[in-house]
Structure formats: C-alpha cells, structure tokens
Design a protein around this ligand. Structure first.
Ligand SMILES: Nc1ncnc2c1ncn2[C@@H]1O[C@H](COP(=O)(O)OP(=O)(O)OP(=O)(O)O)[C@@H](O)[C@H]1O
Ligand SMILES: [Mg+2]
Length: 273
C-alpha cells in the first residue's frame, strides 16, 4: 500500500478505457495531492480531466473500465465496497460540478434539499442541521439567505446555487473537495466572487482541493500545484507559479502562450482598458 501522511490523495497508474473501442481516455496517470493544498487539473476539452475525478469518486460510467490505484488517506478507494464509498462521498470527499442545478432536487425547496443532503451525511437532528445550514450560508455572501433558501432551484441563478453548494461544504467540512469546472457556467464577475469563496473554504476548513478548470487565470488564483493533461496523458506537473509562468513542456508553452495572446487581444478589443 502506498501511504504518505502528507498526501491526502495518491493516484497511481490510473488508466480508463472505453470498453467498446478499447480507447484509453486516461492513460497510466499518476499524481498526488498534498494535505491542505489545491491541485488544479488543466488540459483541453476531452483530455480526461472529468474521467479522472469520476474515478476518484468511484462514479465511472458503466461503459468504461479502469485500472490502477487511488489512495485517499491511505485507503484504496478502488477496493472499497459501494456502501463504504457512499459513506465517504459527501462527508469526506465532496464533489462540486459546473451545473450547480443538478445537485438539487427540482421538486424540493433549497432548504429541504440542503437538509436532505446534510441528513444523508451526518447523524445530527434536523433542528441542529438547520442551525448549521444557516451559519454556513452566512459565510458565502448569499443575499437574503433566509428568503433564498425557501425558493426552488430554478428560481436561483447559477452563482447563487454555487454559493449554496459551497455553504454545504462549509457545513459538512469534508477533507477533500473535488470541483469540476465550478465556475465555467458563470459570468466573469460571479466567477471571481465564487473563487473567493473557494479560497475562504480552503483557508477556513483547511480543506484539500482538486480543482478542474479551463481558465488558467482562475487556476493561478487558487492552485498551489498543477497537472496538465493531453489525450489522457500527463504532460507536465509542478508548482502553479512556475508552470503558469514558465512551463517546460512544448504543450504547456503552447497553452500558456495562447492564453497570453488571447489576453492581449481582449485588452486591445476593450480599447486598452
Ligand atoms: N459517457 C461517455 N461515453 C463515451 N465517451 C465519453 C463519455 N464521457 C467522456 N467520454 C470521452 O472520454 C474522453 C475524456 O472525457 P472527459 O469528460 O474526461 O474530458 P474533459 O477533459 O473533462 O473535457 P471537458 O473539458 O470538455 O469537460 C473524451 O474523449 C470523451 O469524449
Ligand atoms: Mg470535463
């Protein structure tokens, strides 16, 4: 067993194969996440970022098979039974997706949905959970939280829903948060505000985070370390500061170079402001 007390997550030789064609969408991928750090997974669309985190959360689609090992706090997640994994999901490993709406039951008010999620992951009474929820909502800059949580998911914006999900993370205090493009569906200002909430979450809870994003600006703001994937293969890994300013691989140079060019073009289009 691979165990390193400073590393909350170790992925070792992960391969994910599309059963029908034998195509490897993740190929012999190894990386680790240090305790209380944020690791960003970057790479173009289809490079295997979501597949990788689906494996960590043991939610791989049935038409795929995987091999390799994934250790969370020294526990081999690949060998856990479905019921043991269910106990870890939510309370220990908390997933946040791009589509915040999908986290809520559309037929329930936000308050009922949140209480249901909290009840599934703790053994506290509903009264205590309501207090915990109210306290957590205060931490995420949600306007009129008491009124907002009486509403239904379709009545709230993507940014509001994402704030509520972050409040749930504050309530559940997971050791590991996996966020798969949590800001991609939001406008630039809301993206910025939500990243601030993630940073608060990381600092206040001492949580470790795996953060997937296309946006290298967002990655620069939140990540300590970065891994870069291309066609399911690890191309480069390193400290975020170093990789985002002076990537070593040709592909890294190409991606960062393109981002700088796009930034300059945007600046030019905006009349230099
Ligand atoms: N349910 C599925 N059935 C068949 N192929 C799939 C399925 N989901 C993903 N794939 C394929 O697996 C590969 C990796 O997909 P993945 O979703 O991990 O990419 P990604 O890096 O997360 O991309 P994006 O940035 O667009 O979210 C892609 O080639 C994709 O087409
Ligand atoms: Mg994805």
């Amino acid at each position: 067993m691979i165990f390193d007390k400073d590393k909350i997550l170790i992925v070792d030789g992960l391969t994910v194969e599309y059963i029908k064609t034998g195509e490897k969408v993740v190929d012999d991928l190894s990386f680790s996440l240090k305790e209380h750090h944020c690791l960003a997974i970057v790479g173009e669309s289809g490079s295997g970022k979501s597949m990788t985190v689906k494996c960590i959360n043991q939610m791989l689609p049935s038409n795929f098979k995987n091999k390799g090992e994934i250790f969370y706090k020294g526990l081999n997640l690949m060998q856990l039974s479905k019921s043991d994994m269910k106990k870890i999901r939510g309370s220990e490993i908390f997933m946040i997706f791009q589509d915040a709406m999908s986290a809520f039951d559309p037929s329930l008010s936000i308050e009922k949905s949140c209480l249901q999620i909290l009840e599934e992951n703790t053994d506290k009474s509903e009264k205590d959970l309501l207090l915990i929820l109210q306290e957590s909502l205060k931490k995420v800059n949600l306007k009129n939280p008491d009124l907002t949580i009486k509403k239904y998911p379709h009545q709230l914006s993507g940014g509001m829903l994402q704030r509520i999900i972050i409040a749930l993370a504050f309530a559940l205090k997971p050791s590991l948060i996996i966020a798969d493009e949590p800001t991609t569906a939001l406008d630039t200002i809301t993206q910025f505000e939500i990243i601030e909430e993630f940073i608060k979450l990381k600092e206040n809870l001492n949580t470790s985070i795996v953060f997937i994003s296309h946006d290298l600006g967002v990655v620069k703001k939140i990540a300590d370390d970065v891994i870069l994937l291309k066609n399911g293969v690890l191309v480069e890994q390193g400290a975020a500061n170093q990789m985002l300013s002076a990537p070593k691989s040709e592909y890294g140079k190409y991606l960062i170079g393109n981002r700088h060019k796009m930034g300059e073009k945007y600046f030019e289009l905006m009349g230099g402001c």
